[in-house]
Design a protein around this ligand. Structure first.
Ligand code: HEC
Length: 243
């Protein structure tokens, strides 16, 4: 064995070929499972895409670096499932570009946060976490309630998402700025367009508590309230998830 190695080290071409052969074993282990990926990822026929307002909220989540303290991926470990709910399924991240699974939890996992708290709770918490959780080390994001949400670039954001495979229609892209307004103003005429394009279950309300203005707080809370709720596939028995 060592004799073979000793001789090989003296033949540069032979050594290079052996290095390539040995290194490719690791690659094979990474690539081979991808050939069966269609059996691994569950089907979720009723899954909807993010609305323009939720997508804007997602962009704010990325801008503010929330992912540095919060993960969005519940592992299959028992303690995680008991604390956060059903472990995350691959299909639930289907429309996440880029994915926000995260690698560090200073704060809790947020993958199934949607519906856990009221909008008011989120607004108070984001303005100053210490007001609702006295021992919290989370920073305050008070400017979100003051900053008007930028909507003129939303169609471009939807288009970029479509380029990487999210099924936004031309109709959704053209109406993105109006839909962002409509989702946070339930009494406006623009609200109807949101439910017809994104489904009746879509949350349409003044997320920041002020229906006459569209702020970054509206967008971020709309996003937090939909986490884990784009599809109900995880709510079904695991065996049925692939059907
Ligand atoms: C420095 C780390 C840190 C950053 C950055 C951070 N958080 Fe937190 N977050 C925490 C901690 C710690 C908690 C637990 C205490 C609390 O509830 O405030 C928490 C709790 C939360 C909760 C409540 C979760 C639950 O299930 O009770 C939400 C929602 C949340 N954060 C959202 C955000 C959002 C949105 C951002 C970005 C705007 C953000 N966090 C940025 C540390 C952070």
């Amino acid at each position: 064995m060592f004799g073979f190695h000793y001789r090989l080290e003296r033949k540069s071409i032979g050594l290079v070929l052996m290095i390539v052969a040995v290194a490719s074993v690791g690659g094979l282990f990474e690539i081979a499972p991808l050939f069966t990926i269609h059996q691994t990822v569950e089907a979720a026929p009723n899954m909807r895409v993010y609305t323009p307002l939720e997508l804007a909220g997602r962009n704010i989540y990325i801008r503010e670096g929330c992912y540095a303290c919060h993960s969005q991926m519940i592992r299959t470990l028992r303690d995680e499932v008991e604390r956060y709910g059903h472990y995350s399924l691959a299909v639930e991240s289907k429309y996440d570009h880029p994915m926000l699974w995260g690698s560090k939890r200073t704060g809790p996992d947020l993958a199934r946060l949607g519906g856990k708290y009221s909008d008011e709770w989120h607004v108070v918490h984001l303005n100053n976490p210490r007001d609702v959780v006295p021992e919290s080390v989370m920073p305050a994001y008070a400017w979100l309630s003051r900053n008007e949400l930028r909507v003129d670039d939303l169609s471009g954001h939807l288009k970029a998402q479509r380029a990487v495979g999210v099924p936004y229609t031309d109709d959704m892209i053209a109406n993105a700025p109006t839909d962002a307004y409509g989702q946070a103003a339930p009494d406006s005429t623009a609200a109807e367009g949101v439910s017809s394009r994104y489904g009746k279950e879509t949350n349409i309300r003044a997320f920041d508590g002020k229906p006459n203005q569209l702020t970054e707080m509206d967008a971020l809370v709309a996003y937090l309230q939909i986490l884990g709720r784009l599809t109900d596939v995880a709510g079904k028995p695991v065996a049925a998830a692939g059907e």
